[in-house]
Write a protein that binds this ligand. Structure first.
Ligand code: SF4
Ligand code: SF4
Length: 208
């Protein structure tokens, strides 16, 4: 008979760190399943949200591996439907954030994380540069980062004609304070240490 051990890295399980660092207690969940039933992204997930919480509760190393390597944590939209429905107010969206950071820090992120991160980075860089989103610039950067040069290209003419996308960014006088927010965030990150490793490239990426 094999005996499963609790994860020993730094002496704390994922659930314990989630509670310690985020004040989110996996033990509060009583597995009613309301989060999974209402989650708009559950169909894209390899583990529905309530099962992820159950795996957290078990505090076993092999389950933690399964959580961190899952596609589910990258498919979460952060829509907070689960939080609204949860009778225990378990903050799944923030728990998902924690798990994504942890997956990157350990270098075990699912391959579908790559295009999603590319989108997030292109989005944030556009905001930092212009003070607001410049859709065209963001799309170009996203395509260069992912190599998906022709994806959705057929939609471009109609979007230009309808004024949904502008070639040049709209000027914004108050862009500097926005850039300072990014500088402060980077300074904070330097204090706490880098927490991201580049995920593997080339996932299929359900959302892009
Ligand atoms: S809705 Fe809340 S209590 Fe119910 S399974 Fe989901 S996290 Fe657990
Ligand atoms: S926040 Fe994420 S897990 Fe919760 S309902 Fe939305 S997509 Fe699903």
């Amino acid at each position: 008979m094999t005996t499963e051990t609790k994860p020993s890295a730094a002496g704390l399980s994922l659930a314990a760190r989630l509670e310690h660092e985020g004040s989110i207690r996996a033990a509060d969940c009583y597995q009613c399943g309301k989060c999974s039933a209402g989650c708009p992204a559950a169909g894209e997930m390899d583990h529905p949200p309530s099962r992820l919480v159950r795996l957290l509760q078990l505090e076993l190393a092999r389950h933690e591996q399964a959580i961190l390597a899952s596609r589910a944590i990258w498919m979460c939209l952060g829509c907070e439907t689960c939080l609204t429905r949860c009778p225990q107010e378990f903050d799944l969206p923030r728990a998902m954030d924690f798990l994504r950071h942890e997956a990157l820090a350990r270098g075990v992120a699912h391959r579908d994380a790559a295009p999603i991160l590319a989108f997030h980075r292109a989005f944030l860089r556009s905001i930092e540069s212009h003070g607001r989103l410049h859709e065209f610039g963001m799309i170009v950067e996203y395509k260069l980062r992912t190599g998906r040069l022709f994806q959705d290209l057929a939609l471009a003419p109609a979007m230009f004609l309808r004024g949904k996308i502008a070639l040049l960014p709209h000027g914004m006088r108050e862009a500097a304070p926005v850039a300072r927010i990014f500088e402060r965030a980077r300074a904070e990150e330097r204090k706490t240490g880098p927490d991201e490793k580049a995920p593997p490239r080339g996932g299929s990426g359900a959302r892009s």
